[in-house]
Write a protein that binds this ligand. Structure first.
Ligand code: AMP
Length: 428
């Protein structure tokens, strides 16, 4: 048993997993580009109050899962690792006066997030998200565009049967009335409420709807629905989002009990699920509109909508469905030498070819040529570059390992020869 291990709730991404994650990150960036979202980065930690303000203090993310940092005892500032990207992006929007940019400002962040959650399948303390935000557009068309962008991500990543669940959670005009009805309803079932939920009823009744406690499921099913309480403006917005989604062919299902656990959401709320896996823990991603958030973080009122798609869950879904990512291609050539000791010559030639952008490996173990060539075949390299006495005249042997042929090539032409061969063999 090794003495040191990756911390609980984290994992090393070994090369295969890392390259699968890279591929998803690449897809996220490519989609962001196609849809006009500009990439940016925010720090991985912020003042804790950015999250407390931006996410809402009565949420699991803040109450239980915020990864607080205490760098030094004399440091007065309270820091926390980012549990999600929206609050940091909106903080940056305000800090850099992005309200003066052409609106809407569409931003994308891909990277790790941290939550001090109880580790379990699909729930890590460090996980990766693709986050996109469109700030400055009240919708509804941009809502549909964003939902479609997320949906396309799953389609292009190869996750089968993804379903969009959709709801509207109203706005400050209609939600207070609804919350009162909801509170009255749950109060009348006070005896059936677990202790934790009874407490939440005081502080954030909406959260009872996405409670993870199965004892609550039948109560939630019969609870008043926000959809029946929307004001005219919210109802019209919701209808328009649905019409846009239908027009662009995004399949969705209205889910009347879907709410988002975070305080700042208004109107459109959505989640992505694998069909048949609509349990609480299984969301692949989700998002929603947050028309009050910019103001809450000190900016001028500005509407916004965003999503966060969990990349780890996509990797898990792809594992389950047996979809495999393309493996790293083999090196085009392995550089070997007749003189086992002359690693300088091998490294020099490799360096020259790498400078030309070629993917090569230098065999650097001081072993016999025959053994060096064996490693070249093991690597599935197409060519071996064999360095021998001819090097003094500026030549090397180029051996085509697949065809079994070999010829003398001037060193100055080697890169060009290999590049040409790579093209015709689709290697590289
Ligand atoms: P949320 O910000 O909670 O709506 O999360 C958005 C998405 O991020 C979820 O749908 C998950 O795919 C992913 N996610 C959230 N928390 C975790 C976690 N602890 N581990 C892995 N993925 C997570």
């Amino acid at each position: 048993m090794p003495s040191f291990r990756a911390p609980r709730g984290t994992r090393d991404l070994l090369p295969d997993a890392s390259s699968r994650l890279n591929r998803l990150e690449g897809l996220a960036r490519s989609l962001a580009g196609r849809y006009g979202y500009l990439e940016m980065e925010t720090p991985m930690f912020e003042q804790a109050s950015v999250f407390e303000r931006g996410i809402g203090e009565v949420t699991d993310v803040i109450e239980k899962e915020l990864f607080r940092l205490a760098p030094r005892t004399e440091e007065s500032e309270a820091w926390a690792l980012r549990p999600e990207a929206t609050a940091g992006i909106v903080r940056a929007f305000v800090q850099h006066g992005m309200h003066t940019w052409p609106q809407p400002v569409k931003l994308s962040v891909v990277g790790p997030m941290f939550r001090y959650d109880r580790p379990q399948a699909g729930r890590y303390r460090q996980f990766w998200q693709w986050d996109a935000e469109a700030i400055g557009d009240p919708g509804p068309a941009v809502d549909a565009e964003m939902i479609e962008m997320g949906y396309r991500f799953y389609v292009e990543a190869g996750v089968p049967e993804v379903q969009v669940l959709l709801n509207s959670i109203g706005d400050p005009a209609c939600r207070p009335d609804y919350l009162e009805r909801l509170t009255t309803y749950f109060r009348s079932h006070d005896a059936e409420l677990p202790e934790l939920e009874r407490r939440r009823l005081q502080t954030n009744p909406l959260r009872l709807l996405d409670s993870k406690d199965p004892a609550l499921t039948p109560l939630v099913a019969d609870a008043p629905k926000i959809g029946d309480c929307l004001c005219d403006a919210c109802a019209a917005h919701f209808a328009a989002v649905r019409a846009h989604l239908e027009a662009i062919g995004v399949p969705y299902r209205v889910e009347p009990t879907l709410v988002r656990g975070l305080d700042y959401y208004t109107r459109t709320a959505f989640e992505y699920y694998r069909r048949g896996a609509e349990g609480q823990q299984q969301a692949l991603g989700g998002g929603g509109r947050y028309d009050g958030l910019v103001e809450r973080l000190g900016g001028r009122t500005s509407p916004g909508i965003g999503f966060a798609l969990g990349l780890d869950r996509v990797l898990l879904a792809l594992d389950e469905t047996g979809a495999t990512a393309a493996a790293e291609p083999p090196p085009l050539a392995v550089i070997v030498g007749a003189d086992p000791a002359d690693t300088i010559a091998r490294l020099r030639v490799a360096s020259l070819l790498r400078a030309e952008g070629l993917r090569v490996r230098a065999e650097l173990a001081p072993r016999k040529l025959g053994r060096q060539l064996e490693t070249a075949s093991r690597d599935h390299a197409h060519f071996a570059v064999i360095i021998g006495d001819e090097l003094t005249e500026g030549h090397v042997q180029l051996k085509d390992l697949e065809a079994g042929t070999q010829r003398l090539v001037p060193l100055v032409e080697l890169a060009r020869e290999l590049a040409r061969a790579a093209k015709s063999h689709h290697h590289g």
